[in-house]
Write a protein that binds this ligand. Structure first.
Ligand code: SF4
Length: 347
């Protein structure tokens, strides 16, 4: 489905520059993106890591006008996700991939700030190779694949219809369930795809004041709820993530009211599952982020670092605070939705 120029501009930050790997020049997606961004200066490069991994970059400065780096991924087409991607209680082997690295949004707590040297976005234009890798794995057994673990893919859909391609692709493979997680309100750009059975659309939700203050650039809560309601009405598989829960001074009242607001707007029988979890980051990521930015109070809570089973070490709220947050959220969620649909995530 064609997307208008207005839609493209409404979700993309000002793109500072487009870098194109020499190997990516001949791909149709490269041409498509360049057509969409006719005013951006273009520079041809040898390998995307020459730009993306170079030392001395400043993630947050680059977020003001990130470059797009168009590249061909040759090696890392599929990752084992059992220590990364919440299982939603499903018994399927978990995988994730990275059709895009980095995000058009800029959440204060985002782990990508600690993972990548650069705030620029890498868009891999060889989607078919990622699909072939997923297909090979799914030919052996049913799998659950997160395709937006290192980005918000739906937010980029007006620029490049990667979600649309994956949704259509998953419909051709009974062994493949994909998850698209988003803080956008852009369901409208994929709603024409009918009622896909093998796609889980996960809306990541936060109380409105948290979204406005700490989830910079993301759709407001009301927009996400509206998009989730439309998706449910259109017969899509919808899940919700209340993650991360941020311990502000008034968190208890705010999150309780927020859960009530969700269920005033959404029918509980249209929601497959809800996952929730508190702020948590790999300790080295948190250190890097703190060194980089002092403009966000939520990064300076007196976190503790602890072992977290399969997830390794995490920096997070102390156990008593965490347990209290879990209990309060769980109690309120249980007023609205069956216990088997609630899934606490930590790690
Ligand atoms: S939407 Fe997700 S990937 Fe994007 S900045 Fe926020 S936390 Fe990071």
């Amino acid at each position: 489905m064609p997307h208008t120029e207005t839609e493209t501009r409404s979700v993309l930050p000002a793109v500072g520059r487009v870098y194109v790997e020499r190997d990516a020049l001949e791909y149709p997606d490269t041409e498509r993106i360049m057509e969409r961004l006719p005013d951006a200066p273009v520079q041809v490069i040898g390998h995307y890591k020459d730009i993306f991994n170079r030392p001395g970059q400043h993630f947050q400065t680059q977020k003001h006008a990130p470059a797009l780096i168009l590249a061909v991924e040759k090696e890392n087409l599929l990752y084992d996700g059992k220590s990364r991607v919440a299982s939603w209680g499903a018994n399927l082997p978990l995988y994730y991939n990275a059709p895009v690295r980095n995000c058009v949004y800029n959440c204060d707590y985002c782990f990508l700030q600690g993972m990548h040297n650069s705030g620029n976005l890498v868009v891999y234009v060889n989607t078919e190779d990622f699909m072939a890798a997923a297909s090979r794995k799914a030919s052996v057994e049913p799998i659950f694949l997160s395709i937006s673990y290192l980005t918000d893919l739906l937010a980029l859909e007006p620029l490049l219809p990667i979600c649309e391609r994956w949704i259509s692709f998953a419909e051709t493979n009974d062994n493949l369930t994909i998850e698209i997680r988003t803080k956008s309100d852009l369901f409208r750009v994929i709603r024409h795809l009918g009622k896909p059975l093998n796609t889980v659309l996960s809306f990541s939700l936060s109380p409105d004041h948290i979204a406005r203050r700490y989830e910079r650039g993301c759709a407001p809560l009301q927009g996400r709820l509206l998009a989730a309601r439309e998706a449910i009405r259109a017969g899509w598989r919808v899940r919700l993530c209340i993650d991360p829960i941020v311990r502000t001074a008034d968190w208890k009242r705010q999150y309780t009211e927020f859960v009530r607001e969700i269920f005033r707007r959404l029918p509980s029988d249209g929601i497959e599952e809800i996952s929730f979890g508190v702020v948590r980051l790999a300790p080295d990521f948190l250190k890097r982020i703190q060194l980089m930015r002092q403009d966000s109070d939520i990064l300076y809570f007196p976190f503790v670092t602890e072992e977290s089973g399969t997830y390794g070490k995490v920096s997070t709220y102390p156990a008593d605070a965490r347990e209290e947050m879990k209990r309060v959220l769980e109690q309120e969620l249980l007023n609205h939705i069956a216990t088997e649909k609630i899934h606490f995530v930590h790690g």
